[in-house]
Design a protein around this ligand. Structure first.
Ligand code: SAM
Length: 282
């Protein structure tokens, strides 16, 4: 191993296509004596395929603290350890973050080996041009909690990235449309890097019907990207809110429009017109 040791190597593994395993990831998984894996039975064939004779340690969400102690013992004994999850990058909607935190607290080096990640793969091929995106991962499964989260996320000026499993895809897409608005665009990225890879973009209001029209499109693993809300819509809403507040305080139309312009930067003429109609409706 050309890498420094002892250290914890956080290694991304393929989402479905073995060709996505980087050369560096292969080298590390062959060189380390220990691999901490989310599911040892799932990862054993990958290690065999690579010709790695590393021994496996279970490191899943129910034993992460104990697994961290085991990893720290290996590092203390001078051994390098690799951390992998079932697919993609460990600690991204996967176990690993707590283990990494403990190893860092114990003073050992943690070295990331970047590679496949479903969110990044989906974004890169989505055509979403929003400069900022927010990775949410899995939404709550309970309706009320999911609605609370989506209500908070709705005005955020970012593209929103969700993970979803096939048995909840219809319910989740319906919730996204209901809470974020039918006009926002969604990109449904399914089975990335696999045989039935599909990337489909449409308005949220059409997404459920598209999925329902073909049961095959409801199978597999999903990344859902909801594009950022139209910036102008948001600004209009804010300017309208400020204008209404000023009119409600009894300010004359002209002065309310002038102040709303100074506060929000929205166009003065449009604010004046809006103020006239709001005053007429008062
Ligand atoms: N750590 C992984 C990563 O780096 O993307 C994510 C693990 S998370 C437990 C599994 C979820 O990731 C799936 O339910 C799905 O939402 C998404 N995912 C994983 N593989 C995928 C693929 N090939 N195509 C689309 N989404 C995928």
């Amino acid at each position: 191993m050309t890498e420094e040791s002892p250290a914890l190597y956080v290694v991304a593994t393929p989402l479905g296509n073995l060709g996505d395993m980087t050369t560096r990831a292969q080298d590390v998984l062959k060189a380390v004596p220990w691999v901490a894996a989310e599911d040892t039975r799932h990862s054993a064939p990958l290690l065999r395929h690579l010709g790695s004779s590393a021994r496996l340690l279970p490191a899943h969400q129910h034993n992460e603290e104990a697994a961290a102690q085991q990893v720290i013992e290996k590092l203390a004994a001078g051994d390098a350890v690799a951390l992998i999850s079932d697919a993609g990058t460990p600690a991204i909607s996967d176990p690993g973050a707590r283990l990494v935190a403990r190893v860092r607290e114990a003073g050992y080096k943690v070295i990331p080996l970047p590679g496949p990640c479903a969110a990044v793969a989906a974004l890169s091929a989505s055509g979403v041009t929003a400069p900022h995106w927010l990775f949410y991962g899995f939404l709550p499964t309970k309706t009320k909690q999911r609605e609370e989260v989506l209500r908070e996320l709705a005005p955020a000026p970012y593209a929103l990235v969700f993970y979803e499993a096939p048995h909840r895809i219809l319910e989740t897409v319906a919730a996204l449309s209901g809470m974020l608005g039918a006009a926002r665009r969604i990109v449904i990225a399914r089975e990335l890097t696999k045989l039935f890879e599909t990337i489909h973009a449409c308005p949220l209001g059409e997404a459920l019907a598209w999925l329902e029209a073909d049961a095959n499109q409801q199978k597999g693993e999903f990344v859902l990207i909801v594009d950022a809300p139209e910036a102008t819509d948001d600004e209009d809403v804010e300017a309208g809110r400020v204008l209404k507040l000023l009119l409600d305080e009894g300010l004359p139309v002209k002065q309310a429009a002038k102040l709303a312009h100074a506060i929000t930067g929205a166009a003065k003429n449009a604010l004046y017109e809006k103020a006239l109609s709001l005053r007429a409706a008062q």
